[in-house]
Design a protein around this ligand. Structure first.
Ligand code: NDP
Length: 446
């Protein structure tokens, strides 16, 4: 619920960022749940914390020019939004995808600010990327693009300033090329300037798996509060990239059967349960389309152009992109008896879908809590870089599991405190907001 004063503030924020629907959606979602905390703490409105928290501290837009394999000149746009540094250096991924624009990067940076607060690791919020499409590009082209991108970005980042990582279209290969160029330009081996590095040169064991694993840890706590476990349940997962793959891995390890994964071309339905080794071979090794999986796996089918949500499941994990689960999908999930929806991707559910799921009492794990395991483990990577230590896989994943449990507890406790038991969206938003807002108040008018 948005009261009159907050409504006016919201309108002004939206009016000054025209043509950025995803950013508006993210702001409305967060601010729309803050009513109870604003009523309790009038200083947040008096000190104009909402306006300040919705305005990025800095936005950098730059040209990225590079040469393709035929010698042709390619021009892309790069950007970095340094959203909020109240709790620590800006931290958040880089996305390389043709759909990238400033509004999308702003929504991601805004969400990141509260998500990072929830980890408790002292991280500010930021996000960046480019409209460059790595699909179909050779390794040499990706390298030249990454080098051109970093040639501008390097002057804006640093281990104590801004620490980018991966996101859609940016995985280990891209982080390697970006780090190599940063090192060359900065003339310093600043391990902590990027996370998601290779484990042989400053990366953390467990970072690759962290977002998917973390989302499943969150899901298991969500189910436990309803006296259920993952053992024997059926899951559908969208996407087949980093987050999806390791969500599938952890779900299967904990006894669930994952019957669907997808990519932007369609969905694979595999009633026997996704064959993880084949999925990794097709997507990670061959960088092929998901239809290739169906061609090689007997008993599975490829549903061209479809999303996974019409396939009956006990739990659904959207792990691909924003707004990939809408009201119609929510109705289908509810009709099929779905118990829980946990967001591995950022803002994958539309506002209408969330409202329907909550009305139907489907347990809902919001992105900024459920997918915080990735950035949390990036924080652990930074700790290892700073202390020159190298933790085992078990140590890192053990810390991740503890952080996800704490985040779940914080969201539940905050929802209870503000009179909305079980509403983890409200709990996550208020808990994240309070941490950032209180630090901003302490820092004065800056
Ligand atoms: P990847 O690039 O590894 O994988 C993305 C997957 O989503 C691919 O299967 C891709 O299919 C699919 N996808 C991308 N865009 C679309 C679209 N417009 N429509 C349908 N499918 C699409 O990215 P990640 O797994 O890293 O990221 C997935 C989501 O998780 C994003 O929302 C990201 O912001 C979020 N996230 C990621 C974290 C991380 O640590 N990597 C941390 C926290 C959140 P295709 O190959 O066909 O494009």
């Amino acid at each position: 619920m948005v009261d009159g004063r907050v409504g006016v503030v919201l309108e002004s924020i939206i009016a000054r960022s025209p043509g950025e629907p995803e950013f508006h959606q993210a702001v409305i979602e967060v601010v729309g749940t803050l009513g109870p905390v604003l009523a309790q703490h009038p200083e947040y409105l008096e000190q104009r914390i909402i306006e300040r928290i919705c305005e990025p501290e800095r936005q950098v837009l730059f040209r990225v020019v590079w040469q393709d394999d035929r010698g042709g000149v390619q021009v892309n746009r790069g950007m970095r939004v340094q959203f909020n540094s109240a709790l620590g250096p800006y931290k958040g991924g880089l996305r390389f995808h043709p759909s990238v624009n400033l509004g999308i990067i702003k929504f991601l940076g805004f969400e990141q600010t509260f998500k990072n607060a929830l980890t408790g690791l002292g991280l500010g919020g930021g996000k960046g990327g480019s409209d460059f499409d790595p699909k179909g590009r050779s390794d040499a082209e990706v390298m030249r693009f990454c080098q051109a991108f970093m040639t501008e970005l390097f002057r804006h980042i640093g281990p104590h300033t801004d620490v980018p990582a991966g996101d859609i279209g940016v995985g280990g290969r891209e982080i390697g090329f970006l780090f190599g160029q940063y090192k060359r330009l900065a003339n310093a081996y600043d391990s902590g300037v990027l996370t998601g590095k290779g484990v042989g040169w400053g990366g953390s064991l467990g970072r690759t798996e962290a977002t998917g694993f973390g989302a499943v840890f969150f899901l298991s706590h969500l189910l436990a509060s309803r006296k259920r476990t993952l053992d024997g349940i059926t899951a559908t997962v969208s996407g087949s990239g980093n987050v999806a793959t390791y969500a599938v891995a952890k779900l299967e390890e904990l006894g669930a059967r994952v019957v669907a994964v997808s990519d932007s071309s369609g969905t694979v339905h595999d009633p026997k349960g996704i064959d993880l080794a084949l999925l990794r071979q097709v997507k990670e090794v061959e960088r092929a389309r998901i239809s290739e999986y169906a061609e090689r796996r007997t008993g599975s089918t490829f549903l061209r152009g479809a999303r996974p949500w019409s396939i009956p499941c006990d739990v659904a994990l959207p792990c691909a992109t924003q707004n990939e689960l809408d009201e119609q999908d929510a109705k289908t999930l509810i009709a099929n008896g779905c118990l829980a929806v946990v967001e591995g991707a950022n803002m994958p559910s539309t506002a209408g879908a969330i409202a329907l799921l909550q009305q139907a009492r489907v347990a809902f794990g919001p992105a900024k809590a459920a997918n915080a395991g990735g950035v949390a483990t990036s924080g652990l990577e930074m700790q290892q870089n700073a202390s020159r230590e190298r933790w085992t896989f078990e140590q890192t994943v053990g810390r991740l599991a503890g952080i996800m449990q704490d985040i779940h507890q914080t969201c539940e406790a905050t929802a209870d405190e503000y009179g909305a038991p079980g509403d983890l969206l409200l709990g996550a938003n208020i808990a994240g907001f309070r941490q950032v807002a209180d630090a901003m108040l302490a820092h004065g008018v800056v």
